[in-house]
Design a protein around this ligand. Structure first.
Ligand code: ADP
Ligand code: MG
Length: 321
């Protein structure tokens, strides 16, 4: 490890090296080599997980390995890209087999589930920090973008929203749940399932897409700005678990609208594509819910089921706010 000179290559060989299948060259040289198929574009995205900021010290290492890759796969999903390869840059205070073993297991399990392979990275001593870069493939011109939402389109979300934020509020001591319910929302926070199959199935169907990492209000705001449109979203139409439904209105709205860490897809599609959206969701085995529509203008209004506007204090989670 740079800075310690101890065990770096053993560690890489032991935990982070496997023969490559699709890449032309994997771990062990100065660069990895990817071999994209003709007619495909490469989708690239990085996400970093910093202890105390993106995860708590209480997270089991297997789940941390899972989540570090999951949040990156979620970006490929949002673009409708098929996962190919990833790199892992990791800094950690010490070489600890009891940590690295399960971390690598969590990583490999999710990698195998999505057919993505680890082709390189960097390893150094320092505060615990994981940065993954993913590479995916998408037919040229077919990537789902934030910029395609059109006036009159429906707004959709996948899965359920808000449970990860609810788990965080339990950790913060603001909410108490039964042990079973806590474990269920904790899984949403610590083991999110990236919607890769859904993103791929929505190519040619959705007009725009984004993955929900910072909360619906902020993330939909990115789509609206990039697309030059506004939207109306019905908070009572947003899909949530029974556990979140049982919480008070205030907390439920906060978790649904500004929760963060959902890793569901938010996408738009023309009203005429509703059956195509349903078919894509069925193919991917992921439920989707229509929760609003795109309008002319630039504002986002959040209304309740009776059409009454909520106040405007719902803000995205911003790391520098
Ligand atoms: P360089 O000095 O050329 O950057 P390193 O000595 O840091 O290379 O790493 C040796 C090889 O191990 C490289 O192929 C690099 O991509 C790979 N590698 C380093 N850290 C990791 C990791 N955490 N996971 C996977 N591969 C890694
Ligand atoms: Mg290096």
């Amino acid at each position: 490890m740079r800075g310690t000179g101890v065990g770096e290559f053993d560690l890489i060989a032991r935990y982070f090296t496997r023969p490559v299948r699709r890449a032309a060259l994997g771990v062990g040289d100065d660069c990895a080599l990817l071999a994209p198929r003709p007619g495909m574009q490469i989708a690239v995205s990085s996400d970093m997980l910093v202890e105390g900021r993106h995860f708590l010290a209480t997270v089991p290492p297997e789940r941390l390995g899972h989540k570090a890759l999951a949040v990156n796969l979620s970006d490929l999903a949002a673009c409708g890209a098929e996962p190919l390869a990833f790199t892992l840059a990791i800094s950690m205070p010490r070489v600890d087999a009891a940590f690295l073993g399960p971390l690598a297991d969590g990583l490999w399990q999710l990698a195998d589930a999505h057919g993505i392979e680890l082709v390189g990275g960097d390893t150094t001593a320092g505060p615990l920090n994981l940065c993954i870069t993913v590479f995916g493939e998408v037919p040229a011109g077919q990537a789902l973008l934030r910029s395609g939402a059109g006036v009159g389109d429906d707004v959709w979300v996948s899965g359920t929203l808000g449970d990860a934020r609810l788990a965080l509020e339990v950790f913060r001591g603001r909410v108490a749940l039964s042990a079973d319910d806590f474990e269920r929302v904790r899984l949403a926070m610590e083991r999110p399932q990236p919607r890769v199959a859904l993103g791929r199935a929505l190519r040619g169907v959705a007009s725009s897409a984004i993955d929900l990492s910072d909360g619906l209000v902020g993330d939909l705001g990115h789509v609206l700005r990039r697309s030059g449109v506004g939207a109306v979203v019905d908070v009572d139409a947003l899909p949530c678990s029974e556990i979140l439904r049982d919480q008070g209105t205030e907390l439920r709205h906060e978790c649904l609208l500004a929760g963060g860490d959902d890793y569901e897809l938010l996408f738009t599609a023309p009203a005429g594509a509703r059956s195509a959206v349903a078919a894509a969701a069925a193919l991917a085995g992921v439920p989707v819910t229509r929760c609003g529509h795109i309008e002319a203008g630039s504002s986002l209004s959040i209304v309740d089921g009776a059409g009454r506007p909520l106040d405007a204090r719902w803000r995205a989670f911003d790391h520098f706010a």
